[in-house]
Design a protein around this ligand. Sequence first.
Ligand code: ADP
Length: 616
Amino acid sequence: MSTETLEFQAEARQLLQLMVHSIYSNKDIFLRELISNASDALDKLRLAALTDDALTADDLHIAIEADKDARTITVRDNGIGMSRDEVVALIGTIAKSGTAELLRKLKETKDSSAGELIGQFGVGFYSTFMVGDKVTLVTRKAGEDTGTRWESAGEGTFTIEEVADAAPGTAVTVHLRPADEEDALYDYTDEWKIKGIVKRYSDFISFPIRLVKTDGDPEVLNSMKALWARPRSEVKDEEYHEFYRHISHDWTDPLEIIQMRAEGTFEYEALLFLPARAPHDLFQRDGRRGIQLYVKRVFIMDDSQELMPDYLRFVKGVVDAADLSLNISREILQQDRQIQLIRKRLAKKVLSTIKDLQTKEPEKYATLWREFGRAIKEGLLNPAEDQKAILDVSSFATTHGAEPTTLADYVSRMKEGQEEIYFMTGESRAQVENSPHMEAFQAQGYEVLLLTDPVDEIWVEAVPDYDGKKLQSIARGNVDLPADEKPSEEKTGEFAPLLTWLGETLDEVKEVRLTGRLSTSPALLVSDGDDMTPTLEKMYKAMGQDVPAVKRVLELNPAHPLVVALRDAHERDAADASLPETAELLYGTALLAEGGDLADPARFAKLLADRLARTV
Ligand code: ADP
């Protein structure tokens, strides 16, 4: 049978390079990764055997064999195995999204956190090259007759060969480099070393992990106890953390562990984790989701989106339901009423846990909100869901201070006579804070929420009020503060011809009116009624969507010398050729002051330079 030599795909090669020249000091984890892969393969076979009579799934287990003389360690499973093409595709390439990003980050990263990155991106198998100078994988896919042998020294190429007599499942043999304490390379053929690693990282694996011995029966190394079925008081945090790592591929310990059990007509147990760090694909459509579904201890599926609302997609964990069929499909899951009920309860529990963190462990809460607040706020878009509970756990940047505030705290600080919760959306805190819209609010001491996440633009439209207080954008419509001096009728009359003329001259605005809310700026722009905000318009455009340009309302400060002078000039000679230019400058200034983009900056600069030339 012929041996084929193939090249690693470019990114895989770079990643291997990093592994060979080892970047991570804890090399023990290669064994954990192999066991984890083996366990997944056993899960898959057990599942496939449920629906395919031709497959058997008996005595599913993982075996570890160490050979001191040959300096090899082998991890063997009798799971699903891989076809030749799968070996080439899965082991020879890393077609995973985010690999390029991983490589870039790895290059910038110091030793200690590199492992976290690797785990997060799920490149587990390659970690064998941290300890081995050659790795051999022999596999036979369940239901197929011939097997495949894959071998590589972790450099540019690997070989592929057909094997007639491969055992079903997969065996990975690592040819160990010499032990070197300095380099954190232990003797991985040592029985105690192996036992220690398995106990530490893989105790909860639900299949027996057997250490094969030359002089006697194999010894089962793990307890196989489903962590979610054990009382919280009996499980060490470290065990939870290892389990979390196994299911999440995240090396950072979770912020919080949630355990739930429901008895009665519909029984289930759940073990959930709130991560401490957002995965790189949190905002990608095809990103990994977090919940695994088990039925009576049997793994059924990863990524069960039906069990957790999308806005809580970062929550990881396991739900073990007692009364579902093992053959349950995704389609059935989606319609199952009891699944919907579980989903509701899980979401409620997660939100109440976040609420508890907020009051009892503010630091953890702050981390959680920083990492996942943007995702959580997506839940506000759907009023049928947990809007009120989400608002209660949310916090927002505010003019009140550097620390974010809850809405409840905002309400408790509302001034006498204030009936609305004021906010402004925009692209950055600085931009919003310095916008002319803020002038009167700051001058009169009204607190304004500063909403700068893209999702903020959208949820504020979906949430009518909090605690009976309307959410009011200070950049929309007529917001009159109690202390604002409203322009008198007389003033309005004086300015009427100018306002009409400006409305006709400036194509970009839909209306021009006076305002009492400005003290230092001559003008500002506000959105009208339900019109789209400029930031939202920009977002849609960035996504390649065609949106009609939205016209806004120009509000003028009747006390500002520029506005007064413009009125006088217009009164003197409405046909003065320089008037339209002044109008354009006035509009452009309002746009710039709020951090907006001019349609034609070059033209604006020229108008301004010409005008300045006449005054210096
Ligand atoms: P990950 O486990 O994060 O997907 P790996 O590089 O460890 O990444 O493995 C890549 C893929 O190779 C796995 O997703 C799986 O499909 C396949 N694989 C690895 N080990 C085994 C095994 N023991 N049995 C069957 N398939 C395996």
